[in-house]
Design a protein around this ligand. Structure first.
Ligand SMILES: N[C@@H](CCC(=O)N[C@@H](CS)C(=O)NCC(=O)O)C(=O)O
Length: 79
């Protein structure tokens, strides 16, 4: 089963734009979560431990969750 993906991002962040540009035109089942929504910002801080964006939340079928913070790592993971 495929992992469940959510990308935390800010529209003002260059590194986020880089990841969003990479995603453009691709068919990923991925939820976009803007940190301008306080609920998402809080979930990022609580789950990942810091507010830095972009961050890809990867939830495995077994429930294990990884928070991937570096834009290059995120693009590599999705490539
Ligand atoms: N090396 C990181 C840099 C990410 C970064 O600097 N993000 C900034 C926004 S552009 C940020 O989230 N700063 C606020 C924080 O670290 O809490 C990457 O490539 O993803």
């Amino acid at each position: 089963m495929e992992p469940k993906l959510a990308l935390y991002y800010s529209k003002y962040c260059f590194f986020c734009q880089k990841v969003l540009m990479f995603l453009r035109g691709k068919d990923f089942d991925l939820e976009l979560r803007s940190t301008s929504d306080g609920t998402h910002a809080q979930a990022l801080m609580q789950g990942g431990g810091k507010t830095q964006v972009p961050c890809l939340r990867i939830e495995q079928a077994g429930g294990e969750v990884e928070w991937m913070y570096e834009s290059d790592d995120i693009i590599r993971y999705l490539s």
